[in-house]
Design a protein around this ligand. Structure first.
Ligand code: C2E
Ligand code: CA
Ligand code: CA
Length: 581
């Protein structure tokens, strides 16, 4: 807090008057004190004003020595110290107003004192002087209580740091403080203790208070002069930092925070490492308030908790984050309510033109978000753990659809069905059991099912992959290596694992005729497949020319928009019927 002004009026209504000439007073309590004045339970005095001169005519017992000295200071010519108060009294006397009041803030021996002075008009004196009754209310205690209450509103009692409200107020004060160097850019960092909740559960709340205090202390030590630290919520801290060199300053602060929180923390007799997520937002233009930047920084920390790395807020991230959050909850609901569909994409024998089967592809048309591509929602399902129910549903649904076509046709169709399997599901689910159930419930023989895997499904845990694939083999199910050529193309694993089909990725096929290198790669993959006795399918066949070229290179099957686009189940059945009658 800065120096207290020597005098201030809450309702000052005009410029300070020039310092008035003073009439010396003969004697402070010259006139006999009337009874009614004695009866007033407040410090009260009768002032007599003529022109610019004030005299104290009488005062009561409550009019303590402090007020008396104050009044005497006016009268004795020291009014220069409180010119506004002095002027106020003179003006009140000369205005003829029946009453008025003003506040005085004063540095006392025990700290700042706050008084409210009230003036009331009395009958003029016999000499024609104006007379006023002045009462003084000491508001110092009241103001102190207010200040304490206010402190509680803006401070976190555990750490003594500003809470969210206080943090915002300190930032506002810092940004508008004319005496300090003006701030052109700043960052707000949000720091979240990631493991906080676990500590809370296992060690109890005393331990977590201790942790919060330790973190607060360490964060405080990592601040530069003028930075502001606040506790925004249970396990969330905020740092306001002025930037001179944009982002690089912010990154340095993050580095300092990390090294301050790096050493493990002793709680009772446990050593705990402090894990944090950091979100950061920079002020970009003046239209954004610190409150906006703080919110952005909190969005960033939410993302940081998921990604495990520090996140910097970028415009648009908020929208993306919302879409992502919405998508996850809508997808959960869609799965629960059976609102997903399968589309079927024909697999064509390139030599004969016959339909060898269909690949089942998930489709989702959300009421709120519209048609969402699996390229977008499969990763969401993988991150949120929804991939297991989604993958199971796709497996059962695809097998049931083929069984339904068989029933419609009166006997088994001479085609198979391909189903995609996510590497995440491969790692987390009991895939052999899912496949076995899908076959058993639908009555489809394993020979007619192909599971499509990407190489990442094998790389993650080759031993598990080998076990899963050998169970699938035992069920007569085929395994296709999807998107071949884009991953590690680990030839050794192709040879060692029971894989039946290579699906050559679309990125090689579509441009093969214009790009010699791609053509060479496709031919190399085809000859490799031949020597490993693997069947081949080309993805992304978009023209008759491509289809012919691939057939002439010895590729067995093709899939692509040249033959058809993925279609709903009934239409796929009709498509097959039309080609086979
Ligand atoms: P994918 O397994 O490589 O599926 C082939 C994708 O290529 C499909 O896209 C298909 O519509 C598209 N495609 C086929 N022929 C052509 C063509 O000639 N030109 C072009 N431009 N595209 C063609 P879609 O349906 O959008 O699926 C994208 C990916 O999503 C799939 O790639 C697959 O990785 C994943 N996916 C789809 N459904 C499922 C599912 O049920 N489970 C899992 N785990 N993943 C799925
Ligand atoms: Ca596929
Ligand atoms: Ca593919």
């Amino acid at each position: 807090m800065g120096a207290i002004p020597s005098d201030f009026l809450t309702d000052s209504s005009g410029p300070d008057l020039p310092f008035p000439a003073l009439t010396p007073v003969a004697n402070g309590g010259a006139v006999e004190t009337p009874d009614w004045l004695t009866a007033i339970p407040l410090p009260a005095a009768i002032l007599s004003i003529s022109g610019d001169a004030i005299q104290i005519e009488a005062y009561n017992a409550s009019y303590s020595i402090r007020f008396l000295e104050q009044a005497r200071a006016w009268v004795a010519g020291k009014g220069a110290e409180y010119p506004l108060s002095y002027a106020r009294v003179v003006r009140a006397a000369n205005s003829g107003q029946p009453s008025s009041s003003f506040d005085v803030v004063k540095d006392g021996a025990l700290g700042t004192e706050y008084w409210t002075c009230a003036l009331g008009r009395l009958a003029d004196g016999t000499d024609g002087a104006r007379r006023l009754l002045m009462t003084v209310v000491d508001r110092t205690n009241e103001r102190q209580t207010e200040k304490n209450l206010r402190r509680e509103l803006v401070l976190d009692s555990l750490t003594g740091l500003p809470n969210r409200t206080g943090f915002g107020e300190e930032i506002d004060a810092r940004l508008t403080d004319g005496e300090l160097e003006p701030i052109t850019q700043y960052a707000i960092l949000t720091i979240d203790l990631v493991r906080f909740s676990r500590i809370n559960e296992s060690l109890g709340s005393l331990a977590d208070d201790e942790l919060i205090i330790t973190v607060a202390r360490r964060l405080k030590s990592s601040l530069r002069q003028g930075d502001i630290l606040g506790r925004l919520g249970g396990n969330e801290f905020g740092i306001f930092a002025r930037l001179n060199n944009g982002l690089s300053d912010a990154l340095q602060i993050v580095q300092r925070v990390n090294s301050a929180l790096g050493p493990p923390c002793r709680l009772s007799n446990l050593q705990l490492s402090i894990e944090i997520a950091v979100g950061c937002a920079l002020s970009e233009d003046e239209a954004e308030t610190p409150e906006d930047i703080l919110r952005q920084s909190q969005v960033a920390v939410k993302l940081a908790k998921k990604s495990g790395k520090m996140e910097i807020y970028r415009p648009g991230v908020l929208r993306q984050a919302w879409r992502r959050f919405n998508m996850e909850s809508n997808l959960r609901e869609a799965l629960a309510n059976g609102q997903l569909d399968l589309a079927f994409h024909p697999l064509i024998n390139l030599k004969s033109g016959a339909i060898a089967g269909f690949e089942a592809l998930a489709r989702w048309n959300d009421a709120e978000l519209g048609c969402i591509s699996p390229v977008e929602f499969i990763p969401v399902a993988e991150e949120s753990g929804l991939i297991n129910p989604l993958g199971r549903w796709a497996m059962y649904e695809a097998a049931q659809t083929l069984a339904k076509w068989d029933r419609q046709f009166g006997k088994p169709l001479p085609i198979g069905i391909n189903v995609n399997l996510s590497p995440i599901q491969m790692a987390r689910d009991d895939v052999p059991n899912v496949v076995e159930e899908a076959l058993r419930y639908s009555g489809i023989s394993g020979k007619r099912l192909t599971v499509e895997l990407t190489e990442s499904a094998i790389i993650a845990d080759p031993e598990k992959a080998r076990k899963v694939l050998s169970v699938l083999k035992a069920l007569d199910v085929s395994v296709a290596m999807d998107d071949f050529g884009t991953g590690f193309s680990n030839l050794a694993s192709l040879q060692r694992l029971p894989i039946d089909i290579l699906k050559i990725d679309r990125s090689f096929i579509t441009e093969m005729l214009m790009d010699k290198d791609k053509k060479a790669i496709v031919r190399a993959i085809l000859s490799l497949a031949k020597s490993l006795k693997l069947a081949t399918t080309a993805e992304g066949v978009e023209s008759a020319e491509l289809s012919h070229a691939l057939a002439s290179y010895g590729c067995e099957h093709g899939q692509g928009f040249h033959f058809a686009e993925p279609m709903p189940a009934e239409q796929a059945y009709e498509f097959w019927l039309a080609r086979n009658s």
